[in-house]
Design a protein around this ligand. Structure first.
Ligand SMILES: Cc1cc2nc3c(=O)[nH]c(=O)nc-3n(C[C@H](O)[C@H](O)[C@H](O)COP(=O)(O)OP(=O)(O)OC[C@H]3O[C@@H](n4cnc5c(N)ncnc54)[C@H](O)[C@@H]3O)c2cc1C
Length: 253
């Protein structure tokens, strides 16, 4: 339950509120998770007056404000149609207008198409905390260590490479359902290739980060070789992961 609402106008004010240990205070992005019934009490810091809602290309990077909505990013992301596809797959139209980039990454589980695509793109998060220098943390590290990185902290920006190409493929029970398996492959002009899989477990998995795509399909099969649950057997997921990764690589070639 939300017991206190704050809407600071400056970053310093927001960080001071988040630094409190009582009441437990968390950032409020679009509120689509935080406004659901919670089994704990929290104070929230609404980020909408902090100006964290720009998307800008700077050199070889796309800098995305933490509070940019998924719909705004979808509309801004002309250069990465596969990212737009993953965003469409993440949430329906109404939800995309509320859910923010940072909120979606913080709340993501292994079935999140957006987090899978951003993991392939090696998204970097700028994280700040009162009295400390801003840190750049790779998304993969934040997802595995949310408990260590997030308390009292604020994600202010998410950066992805502007020069990388992305392919995204998925299999789901219906086109609008979350994936049983999804694969995202990002490729840089240098040949660097990163492959991420989603559709299972607590977080998407990084399967390959190499100088080229060699071994990617086998690595994808092997990464999901034990990913069985109520939705699909491990054998099925391994097969599909290999196939989807192969399709992404063909698309990029
Ligand atoms: C009807 C409905 C259906 C949904 N269906 C699905 C679904 O099928 N699958 C699915 O995965 N999700 C689903 N969700 C969850 C939700 O849509 C997403 O996880 C959403 O994108 C969260 O974004 P938000 O900005 O609304 O987050 P919020 O609710 O504002 O915050 C989510 C978390 O992120 C933290 N946070 C937010 N901004 C920051 C920041 N800048 N820095 C640090 N921490 C931050 C918050 O403190 C909180 O812990 C659904 C939600 C609704 C309401």
């Amino acid at each position: 339950m939300i017991i206190e609402y704050n809407r600071p106008k400056t970053l310093d004010e927001a960080l001071a509120l988040l630094a409190r240990s009582e009441p437990v205070t968390v950032p409020l992005g679009g509120g689509t998770v935080l406004n659901q019934p919670l089994d704990k009490t929290v104070a929230v810091v609404d980020l909408q007056s902090l100006g964290l809602d720009d998307v800008e290309t700077e050199g070889q990077e796309l800098k995305i404000g933490a509070n940019v909505t998924l719909q705004a990013l979808l509309q801004a992301g002309d250069s990465l149609p596969a990212l737009a596809e993953a965003i469409r797959h993440e949430a329906a139209y109404n939800l995309r207008h509320m859910a923010t980039v940072a909120g979606t990454l913080v709340a993501a589980d292994g079935r999140s198409p957006f987090a899978t695509a951003m993991l392939a793109l090696n998204a970097q998060l700028s994280i700040v905390q009162q009295g400390k220098d801003a840190e750049q943390i790779p998304l993969g590290e934040m997802l595995s260590l949310r408990v260590e990185h997030l308390p009292h902290s604020l994600i202010t920006q998410v950066t992805i490479p502007a020069q990388a190409s992305l392919a995204y493929q998925y299999v789901a029970r219906s086109p609008a359902d979350l994936p049983i398996v999804c694969a995202a492959v990002a490729q840089w002009p240098s040949g660097r290739t990163r492959v991420a899989l989603g559709g299972h477990g607590e977080i998407p998995l990084l399967v390959l980060d190499g100088n080229g795509p060699d071994g990617a399909t086998i690595a994808a099969r092997s990464a999901y070789s034990e990913a069985g649950d109520q939705w699909a057997s491990a054998e099925y997921r391994g097969d599909v992961a290999e196939t989807l990764t192969g399709r992404c690589l063909q698309e990029l070639a």
